[in-house]
Design a protein around this ligand. Structure first.
Ligand SMILES: Cc1cc2nc3c(=O)[nH]c(=O)nc-3n(C[C@H](O)[C@H](O)[C@H](O)COP(=O)(O)OP(=O)(O)OC[C@H]3O[C@@H](n4cnc5c(N)ncnc54)[C@H](O)[C@@H]3O)c2cc1C
Length: 277
């Protein structure tokens, strides 16, 4: 069976790091899905001079301190990009490239979303459009699929889909793609041509937080939470820039701390309810 963590945290920036440290101080098993440090907002800051207790320093220096503390904390660091969060009864499954983690609760700490979707991408997500070859590949065995993406990972996934018996059309160039269909996606449009397909795997470098978990609510570009950083999905919490403005380090760290305390309480309450029933 896949390892079941108390809390799976998506994002290892300021918010995710703060959340992980708090979960560990509460004695919880925490896994952090971590993209490289260079992808964090903090890394790009020329000078940070408004963080209490520390002298002014570059964002890169401060991000380095945070990352080292996280690495030494005892949290399980899962390198890669989370692709989806699936509610599975009393826990959640988190697909991270070709790995699958289980968590009793999830904290989204994935920073700001700046991604533009292709026309038809959101409409056909789960109805012919997928972001995860490992999760959905078997549904398309013996069928024709398009793989959109030019990264090494996209090529690996295209190879994988071929190996399980899909007919794979590879689209590695950047450009104006669109997905077309009725009930389900049935064609990919690119450079004036229409390619009939049964499925479209879109494998970009980033996965927008708005597509990570079904059932979240959004307002003004951020995930809606209450004061406990709880989202509309029970057991899923959010912290940092992904919850909206102001985009500030101290807010991200504070929200990470609150989200972690709430997630720990959620885990304790749901497991004691289970023992009582
Ligand atoms: C140029 C600049 C200057 C700034 N200066 C200041 C300042 O002086 N003072 C101040 O208070 N604030 C400043 N900020 C804002 C501050 O840096 C951010 O508010 C803060 O770092 C946000 O932290 P976060 O953890 O929410 O997000 P991020 O730091 O963006 O971290 C999110 C992490 O999650 C990762 N991620 C996203 N999706 C996934 C996924 N699917 N799977 C796995 N990982 C994922 C991202 O790659 C990233 O590493 C500045 C920001 C910028 C851009």
């Amino acid at each position: 069976m896949d390892r079941l963590y108390d809390v799976v945290i998506i994002g290892a920036g300021a918010a995710g790091t703060s959340a992980a440290l708090t979960c560990l101080s509460r004695g919880k098993a925490a896994a952090v899905v971590a993209n490289p440090e260079e992808t964090e907002s903090l890394y790009k800051a020329e000078l940070v001079s408004n963080y209490p207790g520390l002298p002014p320093m570059t964002g890169k220096e401060l991000a380095g301190l945070f990352r080292r503390q996280l690495e030494e904390s005892g949290a399980a660091l899962i390198r890669g990009r989370a692709l989806s969060v699936l509610p599975m009864g009393e826990s959640f499954g988190v697909a991270v490239e070709d790995q699958f983690l289980m968590g009793r609760s999830v904290i989204l700490a994935a920073g700001i979303t700046r991604e533009k979707l292709y026309p038809g991408e959101a409409a056909f997500l789960g109805r012919g459009v997928s972001y995860c070859a490992t999760c959905d590949g078997m549904l398309y065995r013996g069928k024709t699929v398009a793989v959109v993406g030019g990264s090494a990972e996209a090529r690996r996934d295209a190879d994988f889909l071929e190996s399980i018996g899909c007919k794979v059309l590879r689209f590695e160039k950047n450009g104006a793609y669109a997905v077309k269909g009725e009930e389900k996606a049935s064609a990919l449009l690119f450079e004036g041509q229409e390619y009939p397909v049964d499925g479209v795997f879109i494998l970009k470098d980033t996965v927008s937080v708005t597509r990570l978990a079904p059932g979240l609510e959004y307002r003004n570009g951020g995930i809606v939470t209450d004061r406990h950083m709880a989202t509309a999905v029970p057991g899923v919490f959010a912290a940092g820039d992904c919850t909206g403005k102001p985009y500030q380090l101290a807010k991200a760290v504070g929200e990470g701390n609150i989200a972690a305390l709430s997630a720990c309480e959620y885990v304790d309450t749901s497991s004691s309810a289970k023992h009582t029933n």
